[in-house]
Design a protein around this ligand. Structure first.
Ligand SMILES: [Zn+2]
Length: 318
């Protein structure tokens, strides 16, 4: 995903938290709703850093070849065929129960990417740094700052979003040749930059009266995503027996892999172009429908992970 797509996803995760906090019909209990409200209030102090933070991994860390991916491939006859459960609101998880590769063996080599580990490590570091900020005296040189913590939240959102991009979890080389991977992400970026008013000089969005990215000429795709985040049921649990960010993101990566294989048939190669993509693949034939599932699941995941990280720290305070 590209710069403004990442920033938009992160911002929409804040908006999702606000919906969780204010809309009883989404299903969060009173404690979760009040913590979501507190987190949104905290985030509003740091909204100017969303674009910078969510783009830091690509612009500065440059760990794309290792930490933005988890690459699976089918392995007939292999022994590893465990697929984790996810919350039932995760649309790709629900849909991929019928994938022919579901519960079939897959290969995941040691050097096939550590995006899942990265998410777990970042989540821990945010909780740790909140504790240090609270424990040390104001101005202590070893303590962090709210600005820095907000940056870490936005950085974390980047890795979570990448794991929802099906091609980040599929070993086939779609960034080579005609680079369908890049073409897909360009389409997404075009939606975001056409839909919102962006203050490029200052690397931030212009805001509407509620403090969210100001609409310019929103596309139906963008409006669909925004509608989903204010109406989708919220499940605070990780799903199944998952206990932490690592388990959850591992599950996410598995269904991203299945989705890539479902959306793009085995005989579609890296040397085929966008036109062929729109004619010969399920994804290309209904591009916005499937892209919406990816974005909405990603935004919901980021909101869930952020909120659980926040509550973990707040519970420690008690
Ligand atoms: Zn990335």
């Amino acid at each position: 995903m590209k710069k403004y797509s990442h920033a938009w996803i992160a911002f929409m995760a804040i908006k999702r938290l606000e919906a969780i906090a204010t809309s009883v019909t989404l299903g969060a209990n009173d404690v979760t709703r009040s913590e979501a409200k507190a987190l949104v209030t905290w985030f509003k102090n740091y909204r100017d850093f969303v674009i910078k933070g969510a783009w830091y991994p690509d612009e500065v860390f440059k760990d794309m070849s290792t930490s933005h991916i988890v690459k699976y491939s089918p392995l007939p006859g292999g022994t590893d065929s465990t697929f984790l459960k996810l919350p039932t609101s995760h649309t790709i998880y629900k849909m991929m129960q019928k994938s022919p590769l579901y519960n079939e063996p897959y290969k995941l080599e040691r050097d096939s990417g550590n995006c899942v580990d990265r998410c777990e490590a970042l989540a821990h570091s945010i909780v740790d740094n909140f504790k240090m900020l609270h424990y040390e005296e104001k101005g202590c040189p070893i303590a962090t700052t709210g600005n820095h913590l907000a940056m870490r939240f936005f950085i974390l959102s980047h890795y979570v979003a990448d794991c929802h991009m099906p091609l980040h979890c599929d070993v086939r080389p779609f960034s080579d040749g005609k680079n369908i991977h890049g073409a897909i992400e360009k389409k997404w970026e075009d939606h975001v930059t056409a839909s919102y008013s962006i203050d490029k000089d200052n690397n931030r969005f212009f805001y509407d009266p509620d403090g969210y990215p100001l609409h310019l000429d929103p596309t139906p795709f963008v409006l669909d995503v925004e509608n989903d985040l204010s109406t989708r049921k919220y499940y605070h649990g990780w799903g199944g027996v998952n206990k932490n960010v690592w388990d959850y993101m591992r599950g996410v990566s598995q269904y991203s892999y299945l989705f890539a294989r479902y959306l793009i048939p085995d005989n579609f190669t890296k040397n085929q172009n966008w036109q062929e993509f729109t004619e010969q693949t399920e994804w290309g034939r209904d591009f916005e429908k499937y892209s919406k599932m990816i974005f909405c699941d990603a935004i919901d995941s980021i909101a869930r992970i952020w909120l659980r990280v926040w509550i973990k720290y707040r519970d420690w305070l008690k």
